[in-house]
Design a protein around this ligand. Structure first.
Ligand SMILES: NC(=O)C1=CN([C@@H]2O[C@H](COP(=O)(O)OP(=O)(O)OC[C@H]3O[C@@H](n4cnc5c(N)ncnc54)[C@H](OP(=O)(O)O)[C@@H]3O)[C@@H](O)[C@H]2O)C=CC1
Ligand SMILES: N[C@@H](CC=O)C(=O)O
Length: 357
């Protein structure tokens, strides 16, 4: 029997769904794959719940009653003291501070699985430094949900590249929240701000929706894919069209922004009206590998086109390669939401566990 110990950072939208999915699947993993999954630590930004034998169905009550203030060192000590086999740190936060601690986690024997995109979008120096550290300590890092949530994008791009296939261009709708927003807004009479709020309530936006509206989240996904193709790029090199007017950006707090989102209504109503007939708004990302160009922008696309026909919070990725020629390899499906994202993390943990002794 192979034991795998999960240390979960982030018990928000994705993290709490992930716990529920783990609790449901783990007896099947034990029976079918010989993997015994234990979740001895779960933490938010201020508190952690330590349970050496692992959390169970009542984890929310246990967390509320028994979680305590902690530092990363407390988790490292706990892992040593209880000699946790195969510890895996899962990052379901948006924290940069936690990411800066990844090398320390790896040095202390942890494998990494991240929904958080920050580690793969910091400087080139951090990106390759972390990979050197992982190699040195023979640890693994999975992050499939960084692009397309539960869709198999990262593994497909990695697989094509490693197999020697020349990837020429990747284009599509990379944001689940912006997809939902424009798919809904283009077809309804409702105000833009109402649709934006709905996207937040459905768990599609980042904790601060401006990360989506600014195009930064799409910019990050482009950079992550570019780096998989060994392009040496930094985030500042991604050309990004922000959808947030200056007055709502910068020094405005998240709360202020939330209170003022109706100021976006007129702007987007105009954009919707100023389109050709049977056209819809789509926020697209495009990576041209040969030119090394990465761009995220709002376009008006024919309703019947591949980009125009997507629904709900769908992402669509068109991957143009030498062998596929003019007809791209297309991956499409829900690109945001707690259930699909958590399932993507579960898949990562399963793949990682299968590689362990
Ligand atoms: N929603 C989606 O569809 C997708 C999300 N993702 C990524 O998943 C991640 C989580 O998103 P989501 O669940 O929606 O976010 P939430 O805001 O719902 O949850 C974030 C959680 O992280 C915790 N947290 C913040 N900082 C730290 C820290 N330093 N240490 C430990 N915990 C911390 C928060 O705790 P507290 O409450 O104390 O602040 C909270 O529990 C994000 O990186 C997002 O980009 C990726 C793909 C799709
Ligand atoms: N906020 C993101 C969530 C997934 O990465 C998005 O809208 O795509």
């Amino acid at each position: 029997m192979k034991k795998v110990n999960i240390i979960l950072f982030g018990v928000g939208n994705v993290g709490s769904t992930l716990i529920d999915q783990f609790l449901k699947i783990r007896s099947r993993w034990t029976a079918e794959s010989g993997i015994r999954l234990n979740i001895p630590v779960i933490a938010n930004s201020g508190k952690a719940l330590f349970m050496p034998k692992g959390i169970g169905e009542n984890w929310k009550e246990d967390f509320d009653k028994n979680a305590e203030a902690y530092k990363l060192e407390d988790i490292l000590e706990f892992s040593q003291k209880h000699q946790l086999e195969n510890p895996v740190a899962i990052d379901a936060t948006v924290s940069k501070d936690l990411v800066l601690d990844y090398p320390k986690l790896v040095q202390n024997g942890f494998h990494l699985v991240a929904a958080n995109k920050v580690a793969n979008t910091l400087s080139d120096e951090f990106y390759y430094g972390l990979r050197r550290e992982l190699e040195k300590h023979k640890k693994h890092f999975y992050y499939e949900t960084n692009v397309g949530a539960g869709l198999p994008i990262v593994q497909t791009v990695q697989g094509l590249h490693q197999a020697g296939e020349k990837v020429i261009r990747i284009r599509g709708v990379f944001s689940g929240s912006l997809s939902f927003i424009f798919n809904t807004f283009s077809e309804s009479e409702g105000e833009f701000s109402e649709v934006l709020k709905q996207a937040g309530d459905l768990g599609y936006t980042e904790p601060d929706a401006r990360e989506d509206l600014s195009g930064n989240d799409v910019g990050r996904k482009l950079l992550i894919l570019a780096r998989e193709l060994q392009l040496k790029k930094e985030f500042k090199e991604v050309k990004i069209q922000s959808l947030i007017p200056e007055k709502l950006n910068g020094k405005t707090s998240t709360e202020d922004f939330q209170n003022r989102i109706s100021e976006l209504d007129e702007i987007f109503e105009k954009r919707k009206k100023n389109q050709k007939k049977n056209h819809v708004l789509r926020y697209v990302g495009e990576l041209k590998v040969g030119r090394g160009s990465l761009e995220a922008k709002l376009i008006s696309a024919p309703r019947e086109s591949a980009l125009g026909q997507i629904k709900g919070a769908d992402n669509i990725f068109e991957i143009y390669t030498e062998s596929y020629g003019e007809q791209p390899l297309v991956i499409q499906g829900a690109g945001a939401g707690a259930a699909v994202t958590a399932r993507g993390v579960v898949c990562d943990v399963l793949k990682l566990s299968q590689r362990l002794n």
